[in-house]
Write a protein that binds this ligand. Structure first.
Ligand code: NAP
Ligand code: FE
Length: 366
């Protein structure tokens, strides 16, 4: 007997110019909007211009906070709130990659509860003011999941704040992703793939998440040849954006597993972009599976015949820099993962310390 719950509270509107065409939808969230975005990219890819046009069409006043950095810090989140808390903000428009959308989730909670950053992390089940998300990368799926990953320099880690804030509405317009560099396109695409794969090969997977993950994996599979050929046309970008949002929906139910857990220290300590950190761990991670039925199906969905073939594709497309890990670093990272019960539980088989060491040792080298 099947037994599961499935719920995605985010309305999703897809299509070219969908934000401006559907600006009316913004009215229900209030009369004053805080736009949360990064420093540069949204000014160049049309997403900020369209956001302003959509708000002006509906006579919604707005202020802009454009200082979100890559993997935003708690201090930046707090600054965005402090600078704007007296301005009568009703809702947030998060315009950018996962960093802007993740930051917006934490900021929305501060607006709702007026609490300190410590309380943001320690209190449970906090809600936020409404967030409308306009993703401009195709990777994190943050527009359709409740996670908010922030950098915590005091603790020396990037981590999920542990609250559950979904955007209420997301506009998916792949035109905004057109001017991503090839490198950013690949890093974010591999992040999307890893959400789909880790959600599919997951203890908490269910019929609905698998149905979504299978479609998302197929879409990603259709992008492999264009990615290998560096042919990043709008059709491929639309597929990647859909795959990314689907990945977000999947992991909102399943969570991620070993590669995400093992990749975070590589990003934080070795400055390896999130998607690359996941990608270089994949060959080792997939080799650790003892029972292979679902793994084989996952590979066939992306049209790849073996783990070795996937490994050579990742090696070809990922921007690789020399990486060395000392025995001591591997030991520390493995201990970190062994204390991360959630990630271990999501992996459908028992893994040993040796398995994890083996995965770190198989990291692709350039
Ligand atoms: P990002 O950190 O949001 O952006 C990376 C860089 O890409 C920034 O320099 C940004 O510039 C630029 N950029 C964004 N859109 C662009 C475009 N259309 N064209 C050109 N450049 C563009 O990248 P991301 O990979 O989307 O997000 C990564 C963050 O999300 C990390 O903090 C990661 O931990 C987190 N994450 C969250 C989830 C989740 O489930 N919520 C899942 C995975 C990862 P500007 O700063 O100028 O905008
Ligand atoms: Fe991710």
């Amino acid at each position: 007997m099947f037994e599961f719950t499935f719920h995605i509270p985010t309305s999703i509107i897809v299509g070219r110019s969908c934000l401006v065409k559907n600006s009316l939808r913004l009215r229900e969230f209030g009369k004053k909007c805080l736009i949360i975005t990064g420093q540069t990219s949204s000014k160049l890819n049309g997403s900020l211009e369209d956001s302003i046009l959509a708000l002006e069409n509906e006579n919604i006043k707005y202020v802009i906070f454009d200082k979100i950095e890559e993997t935003p810090t708690l201090s930046t989140v707090e600054k965005a709130y402090r600078e704007n808390k007296e301005k009568g903000i009703d809702f947030i428009l998060a315009v950018g990659g996962g960093s802007a959308i993740d930051a917006a989730k934490a900021i929305s909670i501060l607006f709702k509860h007026d609490i300190s950053k410590e309380e943001l992390l320690s209190r449970k089940n906090l809600k936020g003011i409404p967030i409308v998300a306009v993703p401009t990368t195709a990777g994190t799926g943050s527009e359709a999941n409740p996670y908010s990953i922030l950098a915590m320099p005091e603790e020396g880690v990037n981590k999920n704040i542990g609250q559950q804030v979904f955007p209420v509405l997301a506009f998916l317009d792949a035109r905004y992703t057109l001017n991503m560099t090839y490198e950013l396109t690949v890093c974010t695409a591999v992040d999307a793939f890893s959400h789909l794969a880790e959600g599919y090969l997951n203890t908490r997977a269910n019929l609905f998440t698998d149905t979504l993950a299978e479609k998302g994996l197929r879409l990603f599979g259709e992008c492999i040849e264009p990615l290998k050929n560096m042919d990043c046309n709008i059709d491929m970008r639309e597929k990647l954006l859909l795959a990314s949002t689907i990945g977000g929906m999947v992991i909102s139910h399943t969570g991620t597993s070993l590669p995400h857990g093992m990749g975070y220290p590589l990003t934080y300590e070795k400055n390896i972009p999130h998607g690359v950190a996941n990608g270089i761990l994949y060959p080792g991670y997939l080799k650790v599976f003892k029972k292979c039925d679902k793994l084989k199906r996952m590979l066939s969905l992306i049209n790849v015949s073996s783990v070795e073939e996937l490994s050579s594709i990742l090696q070809k497309i990922l921007p690789m820099k020399p990486l060395t890990l000392t025995q001591e670093e591997i030991r520390r990272y493995v201990n970190g993962l062994l204390s991360n019960e959630k990630k271990l539980k999501n992996h459908p088989e028992k893994v040993s310390r040796d398995d994890l060491i083996k995965i770190y040792k198989t990291i692709l080298t350039p």
